[in-house]
Design a protein around this ligand. Structure first.
Ligand SMILES: Cc1ncc(COP(=O)(O)O)c(C=O)c1O
Length: 394
């Protein structure tokens, strides 16, 4: 089938994979080297040490040649036994997938229900943990940034809930789409296992994922968890000590990772987070001015990575996305599972600037016009006001 040539750059405005900057593409465009040679161990050490500064941890971070789903599995199989109980919170599609995975592995789960329009409500978690007087719950698993809804959870408050309940469950956090876009502090927040991936805030292609592991989680893994081989932490940590991996690593993605870490520190992590916050504010202002509803209901849960937008009834979000892709060469995220067709998601993360945001928002207005979706004008003007506002309270 012949494909129409689309001039200009493709706008990849999904909430991940995000746009890969040229610097990272160039860094990966280098011959693959001997992964048992001295040149490789320098690269491995740079990545293994460098990634700790992004998770804000002094503990081990395992790097898997896998998508984020693999790192979810690794977190569970290294620490939880079959039939043990874990507590999950149904913040959206991705939390539901993690829950499904745990069930498939033979883990018992309790799934705290929500309406998918909020992050974790720490009070509800505290209430449930206080009732677990026998410490049956072995882990609490939460998604930091729920990519299907644009709701974020406040992990330090989740930690406080565990502490207030005096509960010793492990705290596992998925920040696959939060890391390097929103503040994250593995050590300070007392997270036991943080799961993340390469294709979002780290600006890399898909293919790498991570487990940051607390001393407590590592200790538990030595006598607990399930039968495992590929995902086993101990083998990884042993190999990492000499700058190697127990199997063939994704060398070229590691070149990219090294460059990504360098870029994030050149900009400064705090500036990266502020940039994401500004773009999120501008996007939400545009959505409000258009007269549409944000999926995320609570201001304090708003994500700085993406905005999920509900279309008026009788208008299909997938049709809008198709029109925008075919006419303007821009990919937006669709609604997932129960939000399919009702919602589109704007990714404003990673290697992204003010002009790219304005292009994205303008592309949406063009799409509304063609799709015949009624909207109020002035959305991009509202976003402009925020982008040019230099006051500190933005
Ligand atoms: C929050 C979250 N968790 C888990 C995943 C699954 O990761 P992957 O698709 O890399 O396996 C994603 C993917 O988008 C995600 O956004």
């Amino acid at each position: 089938m012949s494909k129409k040539y689309m001039p200009g750059k493709h706008f990849l405005q999904l909430p991940g994979p995000s746009n890969v900057p040229d610097r990272i593409l160039r860094a990966m465009d280098y011959p693959t080297i001997d992964h048992r040679g001295p040149e490789f161990s320098d690269l491995a050490n740079d990545c293994l040490e460098g990634i700790k500064t992004i998770f804000k941890t002094k503990s081990n971070v395992i790097i898997y040649p896998a998508s984020g789903t693999g790192a979810w599995e690794a977190a569970l199989v290294n620490t939880i036994r079959e039939n043990e109980l874990v507590l999950m919170v149904e913040t959206g599609h991705f939390a539901s997938l993690w829950n499904k995975m745990a069930l498939r592995l033979g883990i018992r789960t309790e799934f705290l229900e929500t309406d998918w329009r909020r992050g974790v409500v720490p009070e509800k978690l505290l209430d449930r943990l206080q009732k677990d007087t026998k410490n049956e719950i072995k882990a609490v698993c939460v998604v930091h940034n729920e990519t299907s809804t644009g709701c974020a959870s406040r992990i330090e408050e989740v930690r406080k809930a565990l502490n207030s309940a005096n509960h010793n469950a492990l705290l596992m956090v998925d920040t696959i789409s939060g890391l390097a876009s929103m503040e994250y502090k593995h050590d300070e927040w007392g997270v036991d296992i943080t799961v993340s991936g390469s294709q979002k805030g780290l600006m890399l292609p898909p293919g790498l994922s991570f487990n940051a592991i607390s001393d407590k989680a590592l200790r538990i893994s030595k006598t607990s968890g399930m039968r495992r081989s590929y995902w086993d932490w101990e083998e990884q940590i042993d190999a990492n000590k000499s700058g190697s991996f127990p199997y063939t690593p994704a060398t070229n993605l590691l070149y990219g990772l090294k460059e990504a870490i360098k870029m994030l520190h050149e900009e400064g992590l705090d500036n990266v987070f502020k940039r994401h916050e500004k773009h999120a504010l501008a996007t939400r202002a545009a959505v409000k001015a258009w007269g549409f509803e944000n999926v995320c209901k609570e201001e304090k849960d708003f994500s700085n990575v993406l905005t999920a937008v509900m279309l008026p009834e009788n208008h299909n979000a997938d049709n809008l996305r198709k029109i925008i892709l075919e006419n303007f060469n821009m990919s937006l995220g669709g609604g997932l599972s129960k939000l399919a067709g009702k919602v589109f998601r704007i990714g404003h993360l990673g290697d992204f600037n003010d002009l790219m945001l304005m292009g994205t928002l303008n592309g949406l207005e063009l799409g509304f016009e063609i799709a015949g979706i009624p909207y109020q004008k002035g959305g991009t003007a509202k976003a402009t006001e925020i982008l040019v506002d230099k006051s500190e309270n933005i």
